[in-house]
Each structure stands twice: as C-alpha cells, then as structure tokens.
Design a protein around this ligand. Structure first.
Ligand code: NAP
Length: 231
C-alpha cells in the first residue's frame, strides 16, 4: 500500500505530538507543525528518531501570513489526512460576566475560526478520498451540557462544531473528502491535567484507529473509541 501522508497542525506537545508519533509508528509519513523553534523540541526529537517519516513545519494558526506561507511551502504535497489539533483552554475565569474582549477573541479565534480557516486554505492539498479532521471536545456538545462550567471553552468548541458542519456542507461539497469532528476523551496533557483518566497513548491509539477506519461519508462527531456524539 502507498505510504499515506498526514499533516498535523499543533503537534508540539500533548495529543498532537502523540498522534504524530502514533501515525509514524503505523507507517504514515507525518508533517507535524509547531509554532516555532522554542516550542518544538519534543517534536524535533521525534522527527530525528523517525528516520525521515516525521518532518517539522511551523505555523501559529492565528497569523494569516504564516498560513499563506505554509500553503505555499506545501504546494507540492498530496495529503491523505489533515488534522487540525491546535487549541487552548482559555482564561482561568470563564465567566461571561467578566471575560475581556481580548480573552474572548483569543479563545474564539484559536479554537473556532483559525482551524476552519486553515482547513479551507489547505483543502486543495488534500487528495480525493482523504480526511479533514478537527480536534473538538465533548464539551462543545450543546446537547451534552448538563452542568455548565468552562463556559467559554465550551462555546468556542460549540462554534468549532458548527463551523466544521458548514465546512462539510460547503467547502468539500464537490469533493470526496471525509470530514470528522473529534473528541479525544479526557486526557492527561497540559490542558487535561493530571486527574484525567486517559493517557496520551490510550487516546491517540483510539483516535488513529478512528482515522484509519473507513466510515460514513457523512460529517460525524466521534470520540476516540469511534462512538458518535450528539451535537
Ligand atoms: N486533553 C484533553 O483532555 C482534551 C479533551 C478534549 C479536547 N481536547 C482538545 O485536543 C486538542 C489538543 O489538546 P491537548 O490536551 O494536547 O492540549 P495541549 O497539551 O495544551 O497542546 C495544545 C497544542 O495546541 C497548540 N496551539 C495552541 N495555540 C496555537 C496556535 N495559535 N497556533 C498553533 N498551535 C497552537 C500548542 O502549541 P504550543 O506548544 O506552541 O503552545 C500545542 O501543540 C485541543 O484542541 C483541545 O481542545 C483536549
């Protein structure tokens, strides 16, 4: 079988780094991005040990000029999987009463707008039959929200879910491309914290299975076990 190529955006640490490692171990060629040399040491170590399977690119998804430059550098690529993983938890105070305009813009731009803008820009690089996946969260499910808490993070991921639906309905309309919105489980990363039940390895193994498995051509919201979640 031909070697498949994945582009993972936001792979300096946590789940993105874990997925770069897992997919490379499964034989994929992986182009993995970090924001710059300061944040990519773990990724560079994996790239060094990968025998050329993992290469490092750089982008801060909030910088439009960097997106243009990345698209140009990847002009010759034919990508099987584009996974937009980058995301933030946002300010400690997640109250709508006190959030500043700046904090609100930062979390909405990072978690909702920039991932879909990036996917739209890089879509021509994704081959027919390929997959575009977005790392969302169960916390972005409106139907599943019985408790509140982390309200701005939830709202940003709900916005991402909605924008990914729009992306699936419009941008890939005339293409054979699978669009997935993913929940990795609650995972022990810098964001998930030490109390999370899942290790990075457990989550990325499940996510890689979901990404490698064929499935419905419909846009789906799936967790790391392949279970469909309600929007
Ligand atoms: N951990 C969980 O339990 C959990 C649960 C549900 C969903 N998620 C989602 O899974 C994804 C990864 O989470 P994680 O737990 O691995 O978080 P993490 O350890 O905090 O890593 C976040 C990643 O996103 C990158 N990033 C943030 N802002 C960026 C920007 N402007 N441009 C480019 N890259 C940027 C970070 O790069 P730097 O190193 O440069 O900061 C880092 O690589 C996120 O979208 C998160 O919302 C996580």
């Amino acid at each position: 079988m031909a070697v498949r190529t994945a582009l993972i955006v936001g792979a300096s640490r946590g789940l993105g780094l874990g997925l770069a490692s897992e997919l490379a171990a499964r034989g994929w060629r992986v182009i993995a991005t970090a924001r710059g040399p300061d944040t990519s040491q773990g990724l560079r170590a994996i790239a060094r040990e990968s025998g050329g399977k993992v290469t490092v690119e750089s982008i801060d998804i909030l910088q439009p000029a960097q997106l243009v430059a990345l698209a140009q550098r990847l002009a010759g690529e034919s990508i099987d999987l584009l996974l937009v993983n980058a995301g933030i938890a946002g300010a400690r105070d997640q109250s709508v009463d006190t959030v500043t305009d700046e904090e609100l813009a930062h979390i909405m731009r990072t978690n909702a707008i920039a991932p879909v803008r990036l996917a739209r820009r890089l879509l021509p690089r994704v081959k027919e039959g390929g997959t575009v996946a977005f790392m969302s969260s169960r916390m972005g499910s409106v139907a599943d929200n019985q408790t509140g808490g982390m309200d701005l993070y939830r709202a940003s991921k709900a916005a991402l879910n909605s924008l990914t639906r729009g992306f699936a309905a419009t941008a890939v309309k005339d293409r054979v491309i699978r669009v997935l919105t993913l929940h990795p489980g609650w995972v022990r990363t810098d964001m998930g914290g030490a109390d999370a039940p899942l290790s990075i390895e457990e989550s990325v193994r499940g996510l890689a299975d979901v990404l490698e498995r064929g499935g419905s051509p419909q846009h789906q919201f799936l967790d790391y076990t392949g279970q469909e979640l309600s929007w």
